[in-house]
Design a binder for this molecule. Structure first.
Ligand code: ADP
Ligand code: ZN
Ligand code: ZN
Length: 673
């Protein structure tokens, strides 16, 4: 039984503190998301030092928790209130403080912004649990015997074990084809590290993979491994944090933000290291978990293991140039072959008038066969909603979001037209704003329509759809995946989230509907992303049993990226892609940052953005692309322009961006994905 503990409330004294100037010391405090560093008074014998967790009051607001950046003795020229230590007297160590400050600096954010992702919102409650001495139950887990290593696994493990014994920074790419048994190698390495008293952090991509991998680790190690991810229940999350804060945790498994916890690892394993969920894109600091891991490993010594079947080109390049060691698993651990990949040329099909169907006859037959034989299938279609756009039957005009000027997508599930940028829902039957007609047609099918087609054409199939619209509730994604694993469904239909590293032994068929380069977004990573998506999705087929099959429906059967993907040719893909990145000067051959500038005033935006671009292009070593209108030039009536800058190093970029334009919304993204 978990002990109850009091709610996190500041001591009475904080809100009654009066401002004054007579303190023996003062301190500068980082408060999550506050606009600046604030100064507070430090009372005699308070024990406050750098890293201390303190209660502070900003103006007349409710007291909040912050972290002490430093204690100073100079008396400020203004009156200050007192900083009161949290009852736990918790002090974060120098390593934690340094990583916090480094992350802020590297990604051009403030320590206060960084703190808002380093500390969970209910952090105070975890400290209270610490004060209440809440127990961490140690539940033994029944150990499930693992198969003997294959020859390749043995070689890879031996090398990793050797690296583990060394000091300082060590980094490895474990490049193993899908199903080659990388997880099996990680688990053995983690066990070895734990037996030597080392701390192990395991990172997995967002969406569904954490519980499955945690279960595998727990069953291998014989105890419950603490987990941290966004869909965790509150008590589990508290337990994980408690074991980290109390320094009892020896191993932690989590998604992106687990890298930011005060867990001083000696070994960090980043599974599916190419996955884009390791990068925070929406708010500052726009950090990449891999970069933070490297920083910590360089500074404090650790072994970094990056695993993937389709490594990011940055990582592959680092391995090729000797900055990382390189280990491969070239065959599937279960001795099954990689699946046979068939191309279905939809361009030809379209000319044959396919009656507006998304599902090709080839894929439909394969689905029918797979379901009849009692196997499962995964179908990927990377387009949410029912149809791409609604078009007026009278005058042919497309319906756009008024605030964002992009075509609205019909969602049957919501019974309306949805803007994918601002989320506004418009009624389906609104009259045409151009001609007033209320007749309309839908153009271009999306995943909800594909779901209907499958149910209609393969009625034996039990289909479950997994996309942003069916996984809004906490735990929904996990439930779909576990139901599919338990064979409650025969077909898992989803957007790219189904491509991730799942291991479903029953899946013999994979179909990709609309396997084409990008969504039209001009982006130097589009090719890499398509290759990863196709290879990773294909890799879900035939993992346990011979005879896995993949059908790729595409309009561009001659696209070189698609050719490399169907032949499982990562090396060929990487060689060609690196060549073109080198020619056009893109990462890994340089550092890139994108700067989004926004304003409601379109004219001012243009003037200021152009002036900023001019200024940047005068700086030495910098190449400036833009400013151009952003891919989505207007969101909720705010206009956006974008600049891309290239430089030989991150330091050059940081220096160039030291002064940003005033009076505009500015979003800086270092190493954008
Ligand atoms: P990856 O992480 O490379 O995708 P996994 O570790 O998930 O691969 O392994 C894929 C499948 O192969 C799993 O079902 C796993 O149980 C099985 N497997 C792993 N190692 C072995 C082995 N040495 N012998 C037999 N099966 C194995
Ligand atoms: Zn019209
Ligand atoms: Zn909109």
């Amino acid at each position: 039984m978990a002990k109850r503990f009091p709610k996190s409330v500041p001591p009475e004294s904080v809100s009654t503190l009066r401002e004054r100037r007579t303190f023996p010391f003062f301190c500068e405090v980082y408060v999550p998301l506050s606009p600046q560093v604030f100064t507070y008074g430090v009372a005699e014998n308070s024990g406050i030092m750098r890293g201390s967790v303190v209660w502070v009051q900003l103006a007349k607001r409710k007291p909040m928790l912050g972290l002490v950046a430093k204690v100073i003795s100079e008396v400020p020229s203004f009156n200050v209130k007192e900083a009161v230590p949290h009852a736990s007297h918790y002090v974060f160590d120098e390593r934690y403080m340094e990583i916090l400050e480094w992350t802020a600096k590297y990604y051009l954010a403030t320590p206060m912004q960084a703190l808002s992702v380093f500390l969970p919102r209910d952090f105070g409650k975890y400290l209270d649990a610490l004060v209440a001495n809440m127990e961490i139950p140690e539940k033994p887990v029944e150990v499930i015997a693992s198969p003997e290593f294959t020859g390749e696994q043995k070689v890879a493990y031996a090398k990793l074990a050797e690296l583990l014994e060394q000091e300082g920074f060590r980094g490895t790419l474990l490049h193993g084809v899908t199903g080659s048994g990388k997880t099996r190698v990680y688990m053995e390495l983690a066990k070895l590290a734990l037996s030597e008293g080392k701390r192990v952090l395991v990172l997995v991509p967002e969406i569904g993979l954490a519980p499955q991998t945690a279960e595998r680790f727990s069953a291998f190690l014989g105890f419950d491994v603490p987990v941290l991810h966004s869909a965790l229940s509150a008590p589990k999350k508290r337990l994980a944090w408690l074991s980290i804060l109390s320094k009892k945790a020896k191993i932690v498994l989590g998604t992106r933000s687990a890298i930011l916890t005060p867990f001083a690892f000696d070994l960090v394993i980043i599974d599916e290291e190419h996955d884009s969920s390791y990068k925070q894109e929406d708010s500052p600091p726009r950090y990449h978990a891999r970069e933070v891991a490297f920083h910590a490993a360089y500074k404090y010594g650790a072994l970094v293991v990056l695993g993937s079947a389709t490594p990011s080109l940055e990582t592959f390049y680092a391995a090729n140039s000797g900055n990382l060691s390189y280990l491969t698993l070239s065959r599937r651990a279960t001795e099954t072959s990689l699946p046979a990949v068939h191309l279905v040329d939809m361009h030809k099909k379209a000319r044959l008038q396919q009656a507006g169907l998304l599902l090709s006859a080839e894929l439909r037959e394969a689905l029918t066969r797979t379901v009849a034989n009692g196997y499962q299938a995964i179908i990927l279609m990377n387009r949410r909603g029912y149809s791409k756009s609604r078009v007026c039957a009278e005058c042919g005009s497309t319906f756009y979001c008024k605030a964002c000027k992009i075509p609205l997508v019909y969602h049957k599930q919501y019974g309306g037209l949805l803007c994918h940028y601002c989320g506004r829902l418009y009624p389906l039957n609104m009259p045409c704003p151009e001609c007033g007609s209320s007749e309309y047609e839908f153009v271009g099918g999306a995943i909800e329509k594909l779901e209907e087609e499958i149910s209609e054409w393969v009625p034996e199939a039990k289909v479950v759809r997994m996309d942003r619209d069916t996984t809004q509730n906490v735990g929904a994604a996990e439930k779909i995946l576990s139901d599919f694993r338990d064979c409650k469904y025969s077909v898992l239909l989803g957007t790219q989230i189904v491509a991730k590293g799942h291991d479903f032994p029953g899946v013999q068929l994979v179909g990709v509907v609309g396997a084409d380069s990008g969504s039209g977004v001009p982006d130097f990573r589009a090719g890499e992303r398509l290759f990863q998506l196709l290879s990773q999705t294909s890799g879900r087929a035939g993992r346990a049993k011979e005879g896995g099959e993949v059908f790729l429906q595409t309009n561009k059967p001659d696209d070189p990226i698609i050719r490399f993907a169907i032949h499982h040719d990562y090396a060929g893909f990487a060689k060609e892609e690196l060549l073109s990145r080198n020619e056009a000067m893109y990462p890994p051959y340089c550092k890139v940052a994108s700067i989004e500038l926004g304003s409601k005033d379109e004219n001012m935006l243009h003037t200021k953005a152009n002036a900023f671009g001019e200024e940047l292009s005068k700086k030495a070593g910098l190449q400036v692309l833009g400013p151009v209108d952003s891919y989505i030039p207007q969101v909720k009536n705010v206009f956006w322009m974008n600049l891309l800058i290239k430089a030989p190093s991150a330091a050059v970029i940081r220096q160039a961006l030291a002064k940003l334009p005033q009076d505009l919304d500015v979003r800086v993204n270092i190493d954008p994905l």
